[in-house]
Structure formats: C-alpha cells, structure tokens
Write a protein that binds this ligand. Structure first.
Ligand code: EPU
Length: 338
C-alpha cells in the first residue's frame, strides 16, 4: 500500500468535482484497510468508495482511502435461495448484473444505481419500490478505532428511508467491508407495481416478465430520466423527498391539489422534492457550470468545472425557494464534505 500526495479526486467522485486529496491510498484488501487506519503519521482519514453520494466542497486535508476491495462469494444455497457475500469495493450495478446473469432475483429494481456495494447500506439505497433492506442479510464493518471486524444484522442496521445506523449513532465509527444478501433462485417476488415499470413492460409487450426484463425496464427508465455521471457530473437525487405530518400534508394539498404524493403511514406523507423544485422554476436551469437536470429536478449537475461550493450555493437557493413557497424544508440526501 503506497501513500501518494496531492491527488485530484475528480475521477473518484461522480459529481466530477476537482478537489484534491492531500494524501491518498488505494485499499485493495481488508488488511490494507487496517494498515492504513493504523498509520499514525496520518491522524486524519477520509473514506471514498464509489464517490456517488457526496459533494466535495474543498480540498481534503487528510489521508483519503479509496475502497477498492473486490470479491463475490456464495455463502450458502438451497433450492430456493442463495446467500452471497460481496466485498465493499465491488461496483453496485456490475454486481447486480452478475446476480441476474446467475438467475438470482431481488436486486433487479435497483439496477444502474451508481456507487459501490459497501456504501449501499449506509443510506439504504432504493429505487422503483425496492430498498436494499429487502434483500439484506448482514454486513461486516471494521471499527475505525480498533480495526476489529464486526457483523451487523439487518435489525442492528436500523434501516429507514435513505437512512441507517451508519448515518446516525454509527456515523464515523465503522467502514463497511462486505455486504451479504439473500436472493431468490426461483419463484422470484417481482415488484413491478411502480407505475413506470409496468408502462415500460407494456411498451415491450412483456406480460410475464423475468428478473432480466424488470432490470432492463428499470435501466431504460433511469437512462431516460437520470443523467449518466460519466457524461454529466451528478450524484443522483441531491435531496431527500420530504416526509410531512398529516396536518402539514392537509395544508399543503389544500393549496396544491395537483401535487403528487405517497402515503407512508397514517401520519406521514412523502412529497416528491423534484415536483417542489420544478414548481419553483429550477428544472433545467443553469448557473455557471452548476445546474438542475432538465428531466429530473431532484438531480443537481456539474456541467464541467463547477466547484463543490457553487453546487452547494445552488442547493441552498433551492432549499430557500421551496421553504418560502411551500413551507416545506427539503434536506440534502448527499453527504456534503466541508
Ligand atoms: N417529479 C416532478 N418533477 C421532477 C421530478 C419528479 O414533477 O422534476 C414528480 C414525478 O412526476 C413523479 C414524482 O415527482 O410524480 C416522483 O418522481 P420519480 O418517480 O422520478 O421519483 P423521485 O421521487 O423523484 C425517487 C428516488 C430515486 C429513485 C426514484 C424511483 C429519492 C430521493 N429519490 O425519486 O432515487 O430512483 O424515486 O424509485 O427518494 C437516488 O436516490 O439517487 C435516486 C435517483
């Protein structure tokens, strides 16, 4: 493991922000990770994995450790199910394609989500009616303070909407080293209830979809709405969809009867932040090299050389406009690195 100096992080974050790491090293094995954490000459450490859920707003004055651990392993299987363990540095989408090639079901709705497998549990990634927690069995993580590996059950991860233990009490304490999923081998529980998937399958005249068909539909939908980070820097949804109480929701719908929403429970309603932002006039707007995507207002984009602070300024303007117009507070989903 070698430590390099003054490395540009542009290719390590999907926003394509040109910040620098004062020190940088590749983590190819769990042993590298534990060694790097023990380097006393670098007391400040910073972890970067797929770099798909962060906005870097300045150079990072620390040892940036790039998680690049690879490996996929079948832990156990029955006639119906298979349990697989995936190392943290495996690219999420490539891993999903591998499960589909092997006929394993469960991750198809989450095709094409950027990022690596190890960071998926942190915010319980989700798309088209399915969340990571639905197939998650457990994960292993290294405790930063002791370099001990410990296992976390699904319950211990305390998953919520784009939320987990690792974003709350466990924040900054652990580095996930592998994730274990339980997938189906037959009688796959397909989830095509999300409107856009059904429409896409109908377009292709598919009435009895396979897991591959669902994945293909999701890929088509995502490609039509969400910018490809290799072509246009972005971090997926920049904001979370706000969840409001029943009384807040009643006030909101009285004034905005046309607004889309999802009922989460009797006293919780989710309102699409993309809709709120679009209503405020930001969709497709560009301010220098920072902008709001033309097909999905929830996504902020870097046209070329926007700095992290320019993107953050735009985010703050949007938050303020939405609060003034709708009295709803939206919050970033991406991690803002200051
Ligand atoms: N909408 C607008 N204008 C926009 C964008 C959306 O009016 O510019 C409306 C849509 O018409 C629709 C509603 O908002 O009625 C919801 O839109 P969509 O189905 O595109 O989903 P979303 O709520 O905007 C969430 C996730 C996405 C995920 C999709 C599909 C969050 C923060 N985002 O977006 O996740 O792919 O659902 O499941 O929950 C991500 O986290 O990076 C991400 C892309």
């Amino acid at each position: 493991m070698t430590v390099q100096q003054n490395i540009s992080l542009k290719k390590y974050n999907t926003f394509g922000i040109s910040a620098k790491a004062k020190f940088f090293c590749e983590i190819n094995t769990v042993e590298d990770l534990s060694q790097a954490l023990r380097l006393e000459e670098h007391p400040k450490k910073f972890i970067i994995s797929g770099g798909s859920n962060m906005l870097i707003t300045q150079d990072i004055d620390a040892l940036v450790m790039h998680i690049n651990t690879k490996g996929k392993e079948i832990i156990s299987e029955t006639e119906d199910n298979v349990t697989i363990k995936v190392m943290a540095g495996e690219n999420w989408h490539q891993m999903v394609l591998w499960t589909l090639e092997n006929g394993y079901g469960g991750l198809e709705n989450m095709s094409l989500i950027p990022g690596n497998t190890g960071t998926a549990p942190i915010q319980n990634i989700g798309a088209y009616g399915v969340e990571l927690k639905d197939t998650f069995e457990s994960c292993e993580a290294m405790e930063i303070a002791t370099q001990q590996i410990r296992s976390f059950s699904k319950q211990e991860c305390q998953f919520g909407y784009r939320d987990s233990y690792f974003k709350n009490r466990g924040k900054g304490k652990y580095i996930i080293t592998s994730v274990t999923f339980k997938l189906s081998k037959k009688n796959h529980a397909l989830n095509t209830s999300y409107g856009a998937i059904e429409t896409e399958l109908e377009k292709k005249n598919i009435t009895n979809p396979t897991i591959r068909d669902v994945s293909d539909a999701v890929i088509t939908i995502r490609q039509s709405k969400l910018p490809d980070p290799t072509e246009l820097g972005n971090s997926g949804s920049f904001f979370k969809n706000p969840v409001v109480t029943k009384s807040e929701f009643d006030n909101f719908t009285k004034e905005n009867p046309e607004a889309p929403f999802y009922k989460v429970s009797e006293d919780a309603y989710k309102i699409p932040a993309g809709w709120l932002i679009e209503q405020c006039g930001y969709k497709g707007k560009r301010f220098g090299d920072a902008g709001v995507h033309k097909n999905q207002a929830l996504v902020l984009v870097n046209y070329d050389n926007a700095s992290g602070s320019e993107i953050l300024d735009l985010a703050h303007r949007i938050i303020k406009s939405v609060a003034e117009r709708f009295h709803i507070q939206i919050t970033p989903e991406v991690n803002i690195i200051k």
